[in-house]
Design a protein around this ligand. Sequence first.
Ligand code: ARG
Length: 415
Amino acid sequence: MSEKIVLAYSGGLDTSVSIRWLQEKYNAEVVTLTLDLGQQDDLGEIAERAYALGVKNHHELDVKEEFVANYICPAIRANGLYGGKYPLATALGRPLIATKLVEIAEKEGATAVAHGCTGKGNDQVRIDVTVRALNPSLKVIAPVRDWNMSRDQEILYAKEKGIKIQSSSSIYSIDQNLWGRSIESGPLENPAEEPPNDAFEWVVPPEDAPSTPGYLELGFKDGIPTSVDGTEASTLELIKTVSRIAGGYGVGIVDQMEDRLVGIKSREVYEAPAATTIIEAHRELEHMVLTRHEIAFKERVEKEWAWLVYSGLWMEPLRFALDSFIRTTQRRVDGKIRLKLYKGGIRVVGRSSENSLYKLELSTYNKASTFDQRSAVGFIELWGLQSRLAAKLASDLTGRNQSEHPKREPRQKVK
Ligand code: ARG
């Protein structure tokens, strides 16, 4: 009996040639799986293409809700940005693809799963690691990686085998889902040059954005946005609305020098209007309701969280543990954030929350203040205690042994 392999199929060049290659090399029955992660592809056409390539069974799953609830919401709570800029759209989608590959493989009784990732990127790591954590008995095959073919060679192979590819095939390599659009290759490979406007589909070039500013109000509950401009919406609908509005004001382009997991530096360009806006608002709300100790520690946790997700370790127990910590911090993250959008710029201009730790009677400089300024004196005495002692010691030593300590002006006695 021939082997059965479940291939994650996007309908593009890499995965289309992979179907034929798996059929020929492994004499395998190829089953395809396409997920709807909100990437806005014509799924019917993708299914047709799969069947035209001799696939017996094609699965199509709408996983948008699951993607939002289990992947995007944790990313919002974690202010998930890799390198401080990239909202991890592709990185979040891969473990979900891997999870569904395993589910379908188990249902189909397949012995292997396959994907179209190359051997140069992060995506292969994300899928392989997740599949192997979920079901170690499944083999993972990456035809493009095993094959080591260039894009031109793939096109040639496709022609040879009569595989139809879209002639309008973009010069860019695109991966998109609800949370963002990752754009690579073509002219973007020259990091000295500005990305051409034709690379962008979701964000209006800032210079063409409206000449008057727009405003957006996001309401949050438990760290998740639940309303836009006063109207309640599901997170899925809200992401789409914010994407459209912020993108219309030129907000959400990220242009980044990135360190890939395999060590390659690459120039990456993203469009992520919803992610950029929501994370900006969420972070600002946290600054209103969390203590400075929570904020300082959470920032370290966020960095680690983003690193784990970026580097394919979605299934790592540490990621679950960090998520638990983050969840605990989000119980008070309720409130409203008002943002001003103007020609690619975004700025929080208003915030309010019932859980606010901002107290006017403490911070005000006018007479209504309830803060007894005299209590600051004792605080400063203790706050600077060790610094004062160290400074005195340094000045005494400077007098005694010039060679071991930096030269400094003779000082007045420290009291
Ligand atoms: N550099 C990004 C990441 O590692 C985006 C990868 C995009 N993939 C693609 N096939 N264009 O998450």
